[in-house]
Ligand binder design. Structure first.
Ligand code: MN
Length: 434
């Protein structure tokens, strides 16, 4: 069955994780012709791991990239020819399909790929030295040095280059130590592309590596729209709602379906997390109604569910700064300026002096490592609707409309949303001529 991978953005937050899982359930319910597999292209933060495990939610599998791999094009032999078989056993196969290579086995162990060149070479050598051929050789006698074998996870393009750079007609493919199949030049005529549904993001730069070589067949998102051009018409549902999980629930309704209790809990977790317990200004009445409906299915209250969730959030003083900053870090390119904005949720800002210095220092490292002009992190108290902004030194920083409360530190009471509140202000400082 054809596989479709459903992925959120690279730094998977709970909305990304949960909308991918929830949408996979809806897709399975509405289309049985394909296998829908939720994946995550990045690692979960410790807090999110703790939240998911407390809620009994299984995170999607990690997927490194969607570049086509050797395993997508390799051939798996139907028959296993053994080294102690005479060449005559190949006569039928050669007259029917004229294979360029045939894998040969020594009992169960892979012995080598036998190519038509090897056979020709053997007979030419014999004719050259003896002037005639008396015996029919065994397959094992015909084998010569093979090229370097590939691994099933090798990328299509790399493998194609290895094969075309060698004199061989084919290369063996291994899964670790085990023989898995082989490739010939014909396998590389056309690169296969993975089918992908993007949720909770639509920009290729934030997506799973290799997205440019994939077929994006759907987008379900609630961010500003900056998607790549597609070859075919595709299903797109982007709405300015508080979470992608809200949109996924609305899509359940559109199909005349209700999520089961587990899926409702998954969607509610993403919704509560992205809207910061419905307090973020990104929250709409549709988010509130959706949260209420999902809470009813799970037999919980939104508030109770939210406080339980956020009680698993670790204090920033206990976390590794780089890890914390990067756990929910988004990059933007605005008027040629490369910006990175991280957001960390906390349940108090009182202990901020304990870690402020370390985080400011680390923010500079993060900026440098990522080739950014400007990096900031907003530390948001989700219970009090209050954030503090730490920033690297960057000239327009002083035009931000917030109270400076320390060197490269700003107070942002009431600011909860990176997307709706902070990012527009940062863009404004960049595009205005002060
Ligand atoms: Mn989201």
């Amino acid at each position: 069955m054809e596989k479709v991978f459903i992925t959120g953005h690279r730094n998977p937050d709970l909305d990304s994780i949960c909308s991918a899982c929830g949408y996979a359930v809806l897709k399975k319910n509405t289309d049985s012709t394909r296998a829908y597999i939720p994946v995550r292209p990045g690692h979960l933060s410790d807090s999110n791991k703790a939240i998911l495990s407390a809620l009994g939610i299984k995170p999607p599998v990690y997927m490194r990239n969607v570049y086509p791999k050797v395993s997508d094009v390799m051939l798996v032999p139907e028959l296993r020819y053994r080294a102690d078989m005479p060449l005559t056993v190949l006569a039928k196969e050669y007259s029917e399909s004229n294979p360029s290579v045939v894998p040969v086995f020594d009992k169960d162990r892979f012995a080598g790929l036998l190519s038509v060149d090897d056979i020709t070479y053997y007979f030419m050598q014999k004719l050259g030295s003896a002037g005639q051929i008396k015996d029919i050789p065994m397959l094992g006698e015909l084998l010569r040095e093979g090229g370097d074998p590939l691994q099933i996870t090798d990328l299509f393009e790399d493998a194609k280059a290895s094969l075309s750079g060698s004199k061989k007609r084919g290369l063996a493919v291994f899964d670790g130590e085990e023989f898995a199949g082989f490739v010939t030049r014909r396998c590389f005529l056309k690169a296969p592309s993975y089918k992908v549904i993007m949720v909770d993001h639509n920009e290729a730069g934030q997506s799973i590596p290799g997205i440019e070589s994939a077929d994006v067949i759907e987008i379900v998102d609630h961010h500003r729209f900056d998607a790549s051009k597609t070859d075919l018409p595709i299903f797109i549902d982007t709405e300015p709602l508080g979470s992608t999980c809200t949109i996924v629930y609305q899509l359940f309704l559109r199909h005349g379906m209700m999520p089961d209790e587990y899926t409702a809990r998954v969607l509610l977790a993403g919704l509560i997390s992205d809207t910061l317990i419905l307090k973020s200004p990104t929250t709409t009445h549709i988010d509130r109604e959706t949260a209420a409906a999902l809470a009813r299915i799970c037999k919980v209250t939104t508030e109770g569910f939210g406080s339980e969730m956020f009680s698993h959030v670790e204090s920033l003083s206990k976390r590794d700064p780089e890890n914390a900053i990067l756990s929910d870090f988004k990059k933007y390119n605005e008027s040629g300026v490369k910006i990175g904005i991280g957001q960390c949720e906390v349940t108090t800002l009182k202990d901020i002096d304990n870690y402020l210095k370390d985080y400011l220092k680390c923010l500079e490292t993060v900026r440098e490592k990522n080739g950014l002009d400007w990096a900031v992190i907003m530390i948001t108290n989700v219970l009090k609707e209050h954030s503090v902004l730490l920033t690297t030194g960057y000239r327009p920083e002083k035009y931000l409309p917030y109270n400076k409360i320390g060197d490269r530190v700003y107070d942002m009471p009431g600011v909860m949303s990176r997307k709706k509140q902070l990012l527009p202000e940062m863009i404004y400082t960049l595009t205005s001529n002060f």
